[in-house]
Ligand binder design. Structure first.
Ligand SMILES: Cc1cc2nc3c(=O)[nH]c(=O)nc-3n(C[C@H](O)[C@H](O)[C@H](O)COP(=O)(O)OP(=O)(O)OC[C@H]3O[C@@H](n4cnc5c(N)ncnc54)[C@H](O)[C@@H]3O)c2cc1C
Length: 340
């Protein structure tokens, strides 16, 4: 796996066919597909690939099919347990089980993002993409018609630089700076998403588990390194009571309520690293493209169900790359009409 050396500014060509902002699944896949089609591409991220996410994510069949096509799924399968079964349990407020089902399915994988994102970035680099990490988008360049023609980047230590690009692609997640800077309209507002507490615990299970009681749910995903990822939907607690110890004990208490048998297994174990809270945010769908720019993944549309987020990000990458490849003007007209 690449070690992602910081490139010196002098190694950067300052003009590209595409600048991709954000090296998560949407950005790394878009950069890789454009480079495979012959475009010169710079991929930037304000972090190092895969840094920050403290949870596993389930790759549904659509994600797995695309990752297999791109030669990445084997590396995931080598170090991630294959999950052949999902058990769903529903309980009433007294903790009594009122419904339980187990389904067998083709193997599914729930890798950590710290595995998936670097693999996708490796594939982009192998396709010829230039990368620069710890680098943030802070402004846009436009021509006299208003078309986006490049970007201003913060490259660290109070240095900024400008990069010209025929196309700037915002893959910078749901709080996308690209979307804000291009002024992408919000086309639809959904309701408020759910807030989730996520932690990783040393414990091996052989199935995916989903537990529900009224108004609360718990997703349990066995993942890499002998860890299990536990994610509970919770009422969001504002900062004052929301230190690391509080988040950890709230997650334990959610497990005790929703999955008492799992609680017994993990009672004496410590979470590996911090428990992280993802606050609920409004769902949205933004205009997908305009002159010289496009949005992919969560920057374009927050997914209707989190289990489809990666699939939707990868599918955006495919649609945008196809659209640009088939359009000599790089107008991404065919992509403009995509829907969430
Ligand atoms: C708790 C939780 C659990 C989830 N579980 C699942 C699941 O099981 N299955 C599933 O399919 N989906 C899941 N999702 C959804 C999934 O994580 C997202 O849909 C997916 O990450 C979207 O990918 P993306 O590349 O669009 O954005 P992101 O993964 O958010 O990547 C955006 C990237 O842009 C970078 N960035 C941001 N701003 C800037 C800037 N100004 N300059 C440079 N770089 C910038 C960020 O550092 C980041 O690397 C989950 C989400 C959460 C929060």
């Amino acid at each position: 796996m690449a070690s992602f050396p910081m490139q010196q500014l002098t190694n950067l060509s300052l003009s590209y066919d595409a600048l991709v902002v954000g090296a998560g699944p949407a950005g790394a896949a878009t950069a890789m597909l454009l480079a495979r089609a012959g475009a010169s591409v710079l991929l930037i991220d304000r972090n190092l690939p895969g840094v920050g996410a403290r949870h596993a994510e389930l790759l549904g069949p659509e994600s797995a099919a695309l990752l297999a096509e791109w030669g990445i799924v084997e590396a995931i399968a080598r170090s991630t347990p294959a999950l052949h079964r999902t058990t769903t349990k529903r309980a009433n407020r007294l903790g009594e089980i009122v419904g339980s089902s187990t389904i067998e399915h083709a193997p599914l994988y729930a890798p950590l993002r710290s595995l998936v994102d670097p693999l996708l970035v490796d594939a982009a680099i192998a396709a010829g993409v230039q990368t620069r990490f710890v680098t943030s988008l802070i402004g846009l360049l436009r021509d006299s018609s208003g078309r986006v023609t490049g970007a201003r980047l913060d490259i660290g230590e109070e240095w900024t630089t400008t990069v010209r690009a025929r196309f700037v692609i915002g893959a910078d997640g749901r709080s996308s700076a690209t979307a804000r800077l291009v002024g992408a309209d919000i086309l639809t507002h959904g309701g408020l998403g759910i807030s989730r507490l996520c932690g990783l615990i040393p414990c091996t299970l052989d199935e995916i588990r989903h537990h529900q009681v009224e108004g609360m749910s718990l997703d349990v995903l066995p993942t890499n390194d002998g860890l299990t990822s536990i994610s509970a939907s919770t009422p969001f607690v504002p900062d004052a009571n929301n230190g690391a110890a509080s988040r950890s004990s709230r997650l334990r208490s959610a497990v005790a309520t929703l999955a008492p048998d799992l609680f017994l297994m993990i009672a004496s174990r410590r979470f590996a690293g911090a428990v992280v809270e993802h606050a609920a945010r409004p769902r949205h769908q933004r205009r997908a493209s305009g002159p010289g720019w496009a949005l992919v993944g969560d920057a374009r549309a927050s997914s209707s169900g989190i289990a489809h987020g990666i699939a939707s990000a990868l599918q955006d990458a495919v649609r945008l790359a196809d659209s640009i490849r088939n359009d000599i003007e790089w107008s991404a007209v065919a992509y403009a009409g995509v829907e969430a």
